[in-house]
Design a protein around this ligand. Sequence first.
Ligand SMILES: *[C@@H]1O[C@H](CO)[C@@H](O)[C@H](O)[C@H]1NC(C)=O
Length: 330
Amino acid sequence: TIHFLDNLMVVTQFFVFLYCKLLWRGLKFVVRKFTGRCELQRICYNNKHGARRTLKIESSLRYSKNELLQSALSVHPDKVEKTIDDVMALKKINPDTNPQLSISLQASLLQIVGYRSLVAEVEKLRREPYDSENQEHEDMLMKLWKELRPDTHLAGRISKQWCEIGFQGSDPKTDFRGMGLLGLHNLLYFAEHDKATALQMLHDSLQPKHNEINTAEWEQKNLDKAIGFSFAIVGINITDLAYSLLVSGALKTHLYNVAPEMPCLMHFQQTFCYLMQEFHRFWIEEDPSDIMEFNRVRSKFHRRILRQLKNPDMALCPHFSASDLHLVNL
Ligand SMILES: *[C@@H]1O[C@H](CO)[C@@H](O)[C@H](O)[C@H]1NC(C)=O
């Protein structure tokens, strides 16, 4: 009889499931008949542009039973316009009487497929190792020096001077290992486009933490532990943080709110600048006694950013690019 009861349970569960599913579909059908709108339409009309709308459209497409709708998520960016026309036709929506709808859907779909291609682009840079035989890589590295140390002549490509901007040894090449060219691209973008913040952060990282032992000798010996971190090394590590936020999808809220259409590498680099600035501030607030606390401070910072990104209205706005980040009202 136990066997029989087990079977009965399974069968009952199955029918309850079927019932719920039919009820859900029936409900959608009734809402559609009642309002004359399909789910995508309702999402567009009830949510303002940005992450609120795009995240809902993304999940509606992902869980759709229709193949065209599901595959829309992975179309090539060039095919977005055509795909939206097909979706409108499938849903029997007249584009002439609903011009705003296809514009909104198109903007959201561009954000969705743009995010995917940004992940691919960032991944490619991360996998490309720093190569000292490559002139472009070498030029970028030299440029980084010039931006951060404009008044100091670099004695040679291999030099202890690299420690002054927070590398670990006399050849920065080895420090890029974890993040490849992505780390160098980010550091250079920060130094070029948010120069004042970068120089301030570098300056602070070179200040002795305890004023009472502020001697030249001490400074020399403790260059890399001044306020507890090395500028370039932290930059490479915060690149890792930005990368994992991107790959996990956590950055969707931010990027869907700041990029009116396709998010691109520039948006990622601006996010990096913001994270550097915030991490710097957070480090000072936390006042760790030394670099041994880096793990703890970093995890706490990571959790805080993740929490902020749970809010669909969140945009991690770097102060410097307000003009680049205006939202286009679609
Ligand atoms: C950054 O720091 C964390 C915590 O210390 C570590 O787990 C991670 O591997 C570091 N990433 C890089 C690229 O160094």
